[in-house]
Ligand binder design. Structure first.
Ligand code: FAD
Length: 425
């Protein structure tokens, strides 16, 4: 019997009740963990999925109940002790206890940190502006409900940040008849994650839908209404001033790594873990958005903010905790829905030297392949589910491809994959 299997009756404590923490608890139970499992989450709600917060929940097409990750009955029948509305405030690695905000302490044998992240604060939003009743970040169900309640036809919405969250909110709000402006400090939207041609495509689609996109534009300050309760106007560094009924800032995420740092674990833009998701303390694992892990596919430390990665890491850590053999790492991927566009991005494009476009921007159906030395690093697919699935294999198996054939729609991607697999080296 392995060392891990010896400890299946130990106390497993998970901090964080996002999709990573919940998946870990259920996967561990299913993989044979017989000891007590405790989930500690600071949010008051029954744990829920976040992606709909900028999509169907925001537009009112999905109800809160449909976002639940598991039913309350399932926690009970799986003997998983779910504690919501309580914050873990410190970890004592000597005594192996987690202190909670309600003054109690929970002992553990194995601890998993799944603390996710929080919205990066906008420097221009000083205390007054951040407290204004019409100023929002978007991370929680409460944030999304607050924004949804203020999506009013004819009123103006200023979105700070042209990343996925900002653009999804723009699509939802313009559909509701709002006048929407997106302010992006970089020269193009989605600059951190896509090639210029994909950014240009998204800018065009949004503009055609009626969204004003202003790039290279930075927010300098906010002017409050006379009663000081609301933001009335947004001032930009260029001198441009925009009146606003609602402001949403989406400028990225800060990993919640403070608990880990306070108890002396290695932290560097996230909680640093090895390829087996272990922190510098072998009894403490970390998974999901809060984690910087060693990717065996890319050969370096990466931090990924995506549901599929969080679930993958949760299943892997649960398997390792239970002494099971685990599958090789999957290629990270992410999706975004805006208008009729289902974007699925697979892999990490940094370091690419060549971009190949396959398909048609005009017809809203294409894939952009990011290559380095004729190997595919990453692919953005728009409304192309089959190419998305094949791309995962092209990346994971480091299959060489011919760029000219890749661009040729007459050559099925499957053929390129098979041809590449048969090439030596
Ligand atoms: P989180 O979901 O952040 O959960 C962490 C939990 O831990 C939180 O509830 C937090 O309150 C809690 N916590 C933190 N510290 C403590 C503490 N000390 N004590 C107790 N509890 C604590 N991903 C996609 O793949 N596709 C999408 O389309 C997509 N859309 C998104 C849209 C929005 C609006 C947002 C906000 C995110 C979206 N994401 C999307 C990203 C995705 O939701 C995250 O990658 C995923 O939620 C990460 O899960 P997690 O469990 O690691 O962290």
């Amino acid at each position: 019997m392995s060392a891990a299997a010896d400890s299946l009756n130990d106390r497993l404590v998970v901090i964080g009740t996002g999709c990573a923490g919940i998946e870990l608890a259920f996967s561990a139970r299913n993989a044979g963990w017989t000891g007590p499992i405790t989930l500690i989450g600071e949010e008051p709600d029954n744990p829920y999925q976040r992606p709909p917060l900028s999509k169907a929940f925001l537009t009112g097409e999905a109800a809160a109940e449909s976002l639940q990750l598991r039913t309350a009955a399932l926690y009970k029948s799986s003997k998983i002790d779910l504690q919501t509305g309580v914050r873990a405030v410190s970890i004592d690695r000597e005594t192996k206890t987690v202190s909670l905000g309600d003054g109690t302490a929970t002992p553990y044998d194995r601890l998993v940190l799944a603390t996710g992240g929080r919205a990066r604060p906008l420097p221009a939003a000083e205390a007054d502006a951040a407290a204004a009743s019409n100023y929002f970040y978007l991370r929680t169900m409460a944030d999304s409900a607050g924004i949804r309640a203020r999506l009013t036809p004819g009123e103006s919405l200023v979105i700070v940040g042209g990343g996925y969250v900002g653009l999804e909110v723009a699509a939802a709000a313009v559909k509701r008849g709002m006048r929407v402006t997106v302010l992006e400090a970089a020269p193009r939207v989605l600059a951190r994650v896509t090639a210029p041609i994909v950014s240009g495509f998204y800018e065009k689609v949004h503009r055609e839908a009626g969204v004003e996109i202003l790039t290279g534009e930075q927010v300098e300050s906010f002017a409050l209404s006379q009663d000081g309760q609301r933001i009335a106007e947004v001032s930009c560094a260029s001198g441009r001033r925009l009146s606003a009924d609602l402001v949403v800032a989406g400028i990225g995420l800060l990993p919640n790594a403070e608990l880990a740092a306070q108890c002396g674990l290695a932290v560097d833009d996230g909680i640093v873990v090895d390829a087996g998701l272990r922190t510098s303390d072998p009894d403490i694992f970390a998974i999901g958005d809060c984690t910087r892990y060693f990717s065996t596919i890319y050969g370096r430390l990466v931090r990924i903010e995506s549901v599929p990665s969080a679930l993958e890491q949760a299943r892997k850590a649960a398997g390792l905790l239970c002494g099971k053999a685990v599958r090789p790492d999957a290629v990270p991927w992410f999706w975004s829905d805006q208008y009729d566009l289902n974007l699925k991005m697979v892999g990490l494009s940094s370091g690419y030297d060549h971009l190949v476009l396959r398909g048609s921007l005009e017809q809203h159906s294409f894939s952009a392949f990011y290559l380095a030395d004729n190997r595919v690093l990453a692919v953005d697919t728009v409304n192309r589910p089959v190419e998305f699935n094949l791309s995962k294999r092209l990346i994971a198996e480091h299959i060489p491809v011919d760029a000219t054939l890749l661009a040729d729609e007459a050559v099925p991607l499957k053929h390129l994959l098979e041809a590449g697999q048969n090439q030596p080296g």
